[in-house]
Write a protein that binds this ligand. Structure first.
Ligand code: PGA
Length: 236
């Protein structure tokens, strides 16, 4: 089965010219991977790439919601995936119930939600403590939805490479992530689980070779085309 490599560009790069250049440097077609790039929403209409994703969305279709972007608008730009519940959004107030509404709105227009979980976990927690946090997040965020259409990304907040106050410069082990992914699949009936947090060309293979890890959500390393292409080209 093909594994996913999803690039989360976050608030990068600074202008459209660099965004187009970055997108055109990424290997879009590979035999054994599905490659998705998630640029800032403002660049989505101008970037050419086989499979596009968004970094977040709102749950209403239209109306007086200043600054928001709807799943329907994303769909009109041929967006196929949308990250929701990223820890950097949760840190600024995104709640499980908002995320649940976003997932429902995305499924309505047939965009695949990539639900990030792992905010509120810490490096010192035992597997069962981590599972307790994730259980609550997944249950509330997917309430009333068809879970077979949702991808979950396990992103322990402390393992994210930079830019958040919880970053520890540590990375989760592939064994821990495999165990958590297997739990998410069995307990919540989720079919695809990705890992995200400090992935680079050197460690990608150790995660991708795990049976229950169906791909990677890559932040910092996705901004460096040579590094990101190596991740895409990882042999399995
Ligand atoms: P990172 O980010 O790869 O830079 O750790 C991952 C993410 O935040 O999605």
């Amino acid at each position: 089965m093909r594994k996913f490599i999803i690039a989360n560009w976050k608030l990068n790069p600074p202008d459209l010219r660099s965004a187009k250049k970055l997108a055109s440097s990424v290997l879009a077609k590979t035999k054994n991977k599905i490659v998705v790039i998630c640029p800032p929403a403002i660049f989505l209409s101008s970037i050419k790439f086989d499979i596009l994703g968004a970094q977040d969305c709102f749950w209403k279709e239209e109306g007086a919601y200043t600054g928001q972007v709807s799943p329907k608008q994303l769909k009109s730009l041929k967006v196929e995936y949308c990250i929701v519940g990223h820890s950097e959004r949760r840190a600024t107030g995104d709640s499980d119930s908002n995320i649940n509404a976003k997932i429902k709105a995305l499924l309505e227009v047939k965009i695949t939600p990539v639900l990030c979980v792992g905010f509120g976990t810490s490096a010192s927690q035992s597997d069962s403590e981590v599972i307790k946090v994730l259980k609550k997040q997944i249950k509330s965020c997917t309430y009333g939805t068809d879970v077979s259409k949702i991808i979950v990304a396990y992103e322990p907040v402390w393992a994210i490479s930079s830019g958040n106050p919880y970053a520890t410069k540590k990375i989760a082990t592939p064994e821990h992530s495999e165990k958590i992914s297997a739990f998410i699949k069995t307990a919540h009936n989720i079919q695809k689980v990705l890992y995200g947090g400090s992935i680079n060309a050197g460690n990608a293979k150790s995660f991708l070779s795990q049976k229950n890890i169906d791909g990677l959500l890559v932040g910092g390393a996705s901004l460096n085309p040579a590094e990101f292409n190596k991740i895409i080209a990882t042999s399995l």
